[in-house]
Design a protein around this ligand. Structure first.
Ligand code: FES
Length: 146
């Protein structure tokens, strides 16, 4: 059985929404200190919805596939809906990730949430209270070998 699903391979080989948005409304960057993978999300917000989203990921294949999938999941969603995107949802949309790659899906949700935080801060709404889930995810975002 292959390690990665066809969906993961598709998003890894042909990642959607790669790049940077100049004058983004929100930017979120997360890094994993253990493996050194870095993920940055850029969002444009219109009428409380993610109007455009792009990302730059320096990392493993799973991290690239996760970034691509997260960007697709976020597009057109309200900020509240974006906040509800969990690493498990991302992994499910990718038709599964190997167990030792699940931490990579944490990075995607975190980077996107940070971009929303940044947007809200720029709006003068403050970074807001981090969701409990995100605090938990940040704690769990350790990068295992594999
Ligand atoms: S995020 Fe570190 S190996 Fe994928």
């Amino acid at each position: 059985m292959p390690i990665y699903s066809d969906k993961v391979m598709d998003h890894f080989m042909n990642p959607r929404n790669v790049g940077e948005i100049q004058n983004a409304d929100g930017v979120g960057e997360v890094g994993n200190p253990v493996c050194g993978d870095m993920m940055t999300f850029y969002i444009k917000v219109k009428d409380n919805r993610v109007d455009d989203v792009k990302f730059k990921t320096f990392g493993c294949g799973a991290a690239i596939a996760v970034s691509s999938m997260v960007s697709e999941m976020a597009k057109g969603k309200t900020l509240e809906e974006v906040r509800k995107i969990t690493p498990d949802m991302v992994a499910k949309q990718l038709e599964g990730l190997p167990k030792n790659k699940h931490h990579c899906s944490n990075l995607g949700a975190q980077a996107l949430n940070k971009a929303v935080d940044d947007y809200l801060a720029k709006q003068g709404k403050g970074p807001g209270v981090k969701s409990r889930r995100r605090q938990k995810d940040e704690k769990e975002a350790t990068c295992e070998e594999g």
